[in-house]
Design a protein around this ligand. Structure first.
Ligand code: AMP
Ligand code: MG
Length: 513
């Protein structure tokens, strides 16, 4: 049984209007809203780790009451459903009120180990924050969110989790590429789990409206429950320390994205977690051939604002918008700028550590830095699979061991010599600096063999559309142990096949979901 204790709605004021219609909500943090029931809910995948983290047995999870709760068709004792209000900067512009337009919280539970988690259904129907949209989510994007949340966790990247994936039995109409082709698609709901889903945009909204008392209340709530170590500090000092910690956590998060080749795709400030978690899996993607300018998001194809290589800069910009919001509380901007500088300093340390680990250097050195820069120049100049390249690095005996990391045979032919020279320098440095017998083990722990390649997720989606949902759990099983060699499953570590190069869902995704 889940034990609910919903602090967000117990401690923060809510919207007195009980009706569920799109509107601007002021003077409140949340609105009561019931999920809209669905036709024929079916639990098609779940995460055993999240279930046990929450104290749910397999039988409890699969029970009719639980599946009904996970699909919006029923309530559990103690559950209280609501949506929260936030704003955000989207693609660099202030977008005003956004809010949980298709996410409905079921409440906060206390797990057996006394940790607390919020449960949230994504795609459970309209809320006061849906604007003109339907509050629903399609199966393809829900499979992607479910799988990636768990894959990221197993990779060791901070993230919201996913308990369950329910197919609703209803159809949802979407125009996948915004080109006038509406299509009915199967609908689904993911149950997400995190200590809190509070985003930068929550703070920005109250600041934008000049609602300083509410902004202060939300900061106090956040610090009290999620950053309690800062409570001994007072007033502005406490807020500045908290903001500095958000900057540090965000820097660590982005360094991890860069390590595993993850591209979020929509780093709007409403998609930035105050806890430094990866949140809101939309048109995200994984780097196949190493290209810092790549973004999976077709909606961003023009500006490539959220491309892989731009993620650190964008995170910093987003933190700047959070600082702007805090500056409305008469906090000296020099102090906020000083705390924001922690982003750069933390990121610099973290990314060096990440690269030292990926390349197998015991410590960071100038010489190592030159070799890393040279490697990235080579990787960028031709189409080379990032994941395979790094995984091979630990055990490669000759440059020819990198041949099948190349996407184009012709490029291998022309680039091989340059690689051979680089590999010579690299091997010499490793021989001189790293006498560790556990070097391969350490490198393998930084360089996953299995990542949730875009085409793998798409194959699971295609099968689910044909009625076979077993591929989702199969894929999740492999992604549970991304750093292990998994004999018999090498197929999941292969580079993107040619058919996937320009296929929708594999190399291009839109925000339509
Ligand atoms: P996103 O770009 O997915 O982070 O969403 C931006 C905003 O649009 C958030 O406020 C979402 O809740 C809202 N939104 C996205 N899709 C829908 C939908 N189908 N129905 C209602 N609101 C949505
Ligand atoms: Mg979002």
């Amino acid at each position: 049984m889940l034990k609910f204790d919903n602090r967000f709605i117990k401690e923060l004021p809510g919207d007195p209007n009980p009706r569920n219609h799109s509107r601007q909500v002021q003077g409140a943090f949340w609105s009561r809203v019931d999920p809209t029931p669905v036709a024929a809910p079916r639990l098609i995948a779940h995460s055993p780790e999240v279930a046990s983290m929450l104290g749910l047995s397999e039988a409890e999870l699969q029970s009719t009451d639980m599946v009904n709760a996970l699909s919006g068709n029923g309530t559990l004792p103690g559950m209280a459903t609501y949506a929260t209000v936030y704003g955000g900067h989207q693609f660099g512009n202030w977008a005003g009120q956004l809010g949980d337009g298709r996410a409905i919280l079921l409440g906060e539970i206390i797990a057996p180990d006394q940790q607390r988690y919020e449960l949230q259904l994504k795609g459970a129907g309209p809320t006061p924050y849906s604007r003109r949209a339907d509050g629903r989510a399609v199966l393809r994007s829900s499979i992607r969110e479910f799988l990636c949340s768990e894959a990221m966790h197993h990779l060791g990247v901070p993230t919201t989790r996913a308990l369950a994936l329910v197919q609703t039995g209803d159809r949802v109409v979407r125009d996948m590429f915004y080109d006038g082709n509406d299509e009915p698609e199967p609908g689904a709901i993911v149950c997400r789990v995190a200590p809190t889903f509070i985003r930068f945009g929550h703070f920005e909204l109250f600041a934008s409206r000049g609602e300083s008392a509410l902004l202060k209340e939300l900061i106090d709530f956040t610090i009290k429950h999620y950053f309690p170590q800062l409570l001994p500090l007072q007033d502005n000092e406490r807020i500045i320390a908290w903001y500095g910690e958000v900057c540090e956590r965000t820097a660590k998060l982005i360094a991890q994205w860069m390590r595993v080749g993850f591209v979020h795709g929509v780093m709007n400030t409403d998609n930035m977690s105050i806890l430094g978690l990866t949140i809101d899996y939309g048109p995200y993607g994984w780097i196949d051939n190493f290209d810092p300018g790549w973004t999976p998001n077709t909606t961003d194809a023009g500006g490539k604002r959220y491309a892989y290589g731009r993620q650190p800069g964008v995170a910093q910009w987003n933190l700047g918008r959070l600082a702007d919001a805090l500056s409305t509380l008469d906090i000296p901007s020099e102090d906020l700028q000083g705390a924001l500088a922690k982003f750069e300093s933390t990121y610099a340390v973290e990314i060096k550590r990440v690269f030292a680990n990926k390349f197998g250097f015991k410590t960071w050195s100038d010489k190592g830095g030159e070799i890393v820069d040279a490697a990235f120049a080579l990787l960028s100049a031709s189409e080379i699979d990032m994941t395979i390249f790094f995984r091979r690095l630990a055990t490669a005996a000759t440059v020819d061991d990198f041949k099948d990391a190349f996407y184009l045979d012709g490029e291998w032919a022309t680039e091989r010599e340059k690689f051979a020279v680089w590999f010579g320098h690299y091997s010499a440095l490793i021989a001189a600096e790293n006498d560790e017998e556990n070097r391969v083990e350490h490198m393998n722990a930084a360089n996953p063999k299995y990542v949730l390649r875009n085409y793998l997720a798409q194959q699971a989606i295609d099968a689910a559309h044909e009625g076979d949902t077993s591929k989702i759990s199969e894929l999740l099983d492999v992604m549970r142990r991304p750093y292990d060699e998994q004999p018999g499953f090498e197929g999941f570590a292969e580079k993107r096949p040619d058919w996937a190069r320009h296929k929708a869902g594999c190399s291009m995704l839109s925000c339509s979901s």
